[in-house]
Design a protein around this ligand. Structure first.
Ligand code: EZ4
Ligand code: CO
Length: 408
């Protein structure tokens, strides 16, 4: 069964998505997500201009070999553009194999290890009332775990915090704005560190001990500040503190780890197992944040999570709206099958996206399930996708009060 046709579809139903569509000689279609927020066209070009020709005529069943070929073959390895492109190829081939076998992909990965994937939603607010409204809405929707982000007094815009009017709606905040250059936000780490523990104190007092609470520091702290925040949050029993430092320096996590028992999650910007080599071996984290979309697909993230499992480190796969429904499905199939599943981020896509990507997920009692359809269980409606051409959109960036560009 050979790959005959390779299409790259860029569509923007509310936000940009890049989808790889492989078609075999006998007409089986496989989909892969190649969406890299703010760099979508670079991955689309990588696939169209450099990968498509490698795929045509290849045996669609040879997933491992078709992973190694575009990884080792081109000389240049790793990096978010390359690894998102390889991820899309890998997902599409698993989708094809599942459709040919008549089985959902999680069955091919070893079968199910749980009833469904525990998922967390996003709540934010600039006021305590708005934040509480957002939390209540998510709880009403069945969420048992909620990420809490809050406005900081004195800062005009803080990433991850939606407008209070939107609290608890589908788009609590959008991770990218449709602008030709990134929107500028302001940042003050000292003000943030003073404010956040009180927010968690208020949330615990209002919602009790059972609700699982998470927080994302978006890579803005030094190791020492990360240690301070982790320690300050210990009384509020977080599920995790995410991305406390910009962790391309893996050793930074040693200092944080020495000073706090707050569980640590890292890796949504990492793209291979190599980025985790030291922090997993030294047990410096508790959760692996990689998404299937940005880390070489199901094949590579499965290897990464099997390595993590040796150290009792669990999955916490990235699942923002900039991962397409195809990428979310891939994460769910992997999450259903592995033993060391931890939690899945789940932001929910908008109505337009749900028309472009026909999905078979179920959401019951705080658990996500990929559904029973063969393959990944997502179909692309190409006509609907064609209604939404690409629009430039970027994540914001931030500067300190004196104008210095700060860490993401
Ligand atoms: O900033 O998806 O944990 N989730 C996040 C996201 C990311 C965006 C990056 O594209 O941090 O909001
Ligand atoms: Co994050």
């Amino acid at each position: 069964m050979r790959i005959e046709k390779v299409d790259v579809i860029v569509t923007s139903p509310g936000r940009n998505f890049v989808t790889l569509k492989l078609t075999t000689g006998d007409g089986v279609v496989g989909l892969g997500d190649a969406t890299l927020n703010g760099r979508e066209l670079a991955v689309a070009s990588y696939l169209r201009d450099h990968v498509a020709a490698l795929l045509v005529g290849r045996q669609a069943h040879n997933i491992e070999d078709t992973w190694q070929y575009p990884y080792r073959g081109p000389y240049w390895r790793r990096g978010p553009v390359t690894m998102a492109a390889i991820a899309a190829v890998d997902m599409a081939l698993w989708d094809i194999k599942g459709k040919v076998a008549g089985l959902p992909v999680y069955q091919l990965l070893g079968g199910r290890s749980r009833r469904g994937a525990l998922a967390y939603g996003h709540a934010s607010g600039t006021t305590v009332e708005a934040l509480f409204t957002a939390i209540r809405n998510l709880r009403d929707d069945g969420f048992k775990a909620i990420r809490i982000q809050a406005g900081v007094p004195g800062l005009a815009r803080v990433y991850g915090v939606g407008s209070d009017q939107l609290a608890g709606q589908r788009y609590d905040y959008a991770p990218a704005a449709r602008t030709t250059v990134p929107v500028e936000e302001d940042w003050d780490t000292a003000a943030y560190l003073r404010h956040i523990p009180g927010v968690f104190e208020a949330v615990r007092a209002q919602f009790g001990a059972d609700l699982l609470l998470l927080h994302d520091a978006h890579h803005r702290l030094t190791p020492n500040q990360g240690a301070q925040l982790g320690r300050a949050l210990e009384p509020f029993d977080l599920f995790w503190l995410e991305d406390c430092t910009p962790a391309e320096n893996q050793e930074a996590l040693r200092l944080v780890r020495q000073h706090t028992t707050t569980p640590l999650a890292i890796g949504e910007v990492f793209n291979t197992v190599w980025d985790y080599q030291q922090i997993i071996r030294e047990q410096l984290i508790d959760y692996v944040r990689s998404s299937v979309t940005h880390t070489g697909g199901i094949t590579h993230v499965k290897k990464l999570l099997e390595y993590a499992a040796q150290y009792q480190i669990k999955s916490g796969m990235h699942g923002p709206t900039d991962v397409s429904p195809v990428g979310m499905a891939a994460a769910m199939h992997l999450g259903m099958s592995i033993h060391n599943f931890g939690i899945q981020e789940y932001m929910k896509h908008g109505a337009k996206t749900d028309l472009v990507f026909e999905q078979s997920f179920t959401w019951t009692d705080g658990l996500l399930h990929p559904g029973a359809k063969p393959g990944l269980g997502v179909e692309l409606n190409v006509d609907e996708a064609g209604k939404y051409p690409y629009e430039q959109a970027y994540l914001p960036y931030n500067r300190l009060a004196d104008g210095t560009v700060h860490d993401w």
